[in-house]
Design a protein around this ligand. Structure first.
Ligand SMILES: Nc1ncnc2c1ncn2[C@@H]1O[C@H](COP(=O)(O)OP(=O)(O)O)[C@@H](O)[C@H]1O
Ligand SMILES: [Mg+2]
Length: 253
């Protein structure tokens, strides 16, 4: 199959999203093709998390108009768990703790819910082992409770472990790089890079350019007041690093 005939992994068209009646996204268009990694950049408050929440289906965010299609299928009527099962994964800045739930059980349930057909029970352990090695995580991690007393770096490792176990067709990482030390940043970028390839796409949402030194995006979009106002290749991220966001704001004004 030639590239032109592949359905995009994600299509967002004229998206308007409101929270508590306040319009946050104001006509956002975004297409992520199969195999691509895109970066969404923008200052705090520009609407980045609103976009990721709307794609994931967080009910607090009301889509007032526009469309979101995942692999050609309209997902707006699907609740969060259905979107997750369909293959959308969201990693966010503040993961919750689940005292009493071991990492092992948590992963088993997650894989069962999303990849039941692909990963038979027998294949689970070897897959965990392989991914633990890739992420430099000790086996003892598996019996701990999810995020209970985890350090920031450990939480990130768990999220990346979950992501590698699920192999999501669409992985959205919302500021997952913020506050990470350089070792954790390398683990996160390594995991994202492992995920890249045909049949999948990644959306890296970030305020800073730092992670983009390790994961080179195919396309970079700049979000300003709920709209994408500029797009480019990896060079755009570098330009933002050097010049900040002001010039984009004056260009868009
Ligand atoms: N729950 C909420 N209620 C009201 N306003 C919100 C809520 N969450 C976010 N906002 C507002 O929406 C705008 C965009 O927020 P957000 O999407 O979190 O931006 P970003 O992730 O780019 O920092 C901000 O002005 C923020 O104050
Ligand atoms: Mg945010």
């Amino acid at each position: 199959m030639s590239e032109e005939t592949l359905t995009p992994i994600l299509e967002v068209e004229g998206l308007h999203v409101a929270i508590d009646g306040k319009e946050i996204l104001r006509g956002l268009d975004l297409t992520v093709e199969d195999g691509e990694t895109h970066a969404i950049m923008g200052r705090n408050g520009s609407g980045k998390s609103t976009l990721s929440a709307a794609i994931m289906g967080d009910p607090r965010y009301e889509v007032t108009s526009g469309a979101i299609r995942f692999r050609g299928e309209d997902v707006l009527d699907m609740p969060v768990h259905e979107r997750a099962r369909a293959g959308i994964f969201l990693s966010f800045q503040y993961p919750v703790a689940l005292p009493g739930v071991s990492v092992s059980n948590f992963l088993r349930q997650a894989v069962k819910a999303v990849r039941a057909d692909e990963v038979p029970t027998k294949a689970f352990r070897p897959l965990v082992k392989e991914n633990l090695q890739r992420l430099d995580i000790p086996q003892s991690f598996m019996t701990r409770y999810v995020n209970d007393g985890f350090s920031g770096g450990e939480k990130k490792r768990l999220e990346m472990l979950q992501m590698l176990m699920l192999q999501p067709p669409l992985a959205i990482l919302d500021e997952t790089d913020s506050g990470l030390d350089i070792d954790a940043l390398k683990i996160v970028s390594g995991a994202i890079n492992l995920l890249r390839g045909e049949g999948r796409a990644q959306l890296l949402i970030t305020h800073y350019q730092r992670i983009l030194h390790y994961v080179k995006p195919d396309k970079v979009h700049v979000l300003l007041q709920g709209r994408i106002v500029k797009q480019g290749g990896p060079e755009l991220a570098e330009e933002l690093e050097q010049r900040g966001y002001e010039w984009i704001e004056s260009e868009a004004a």
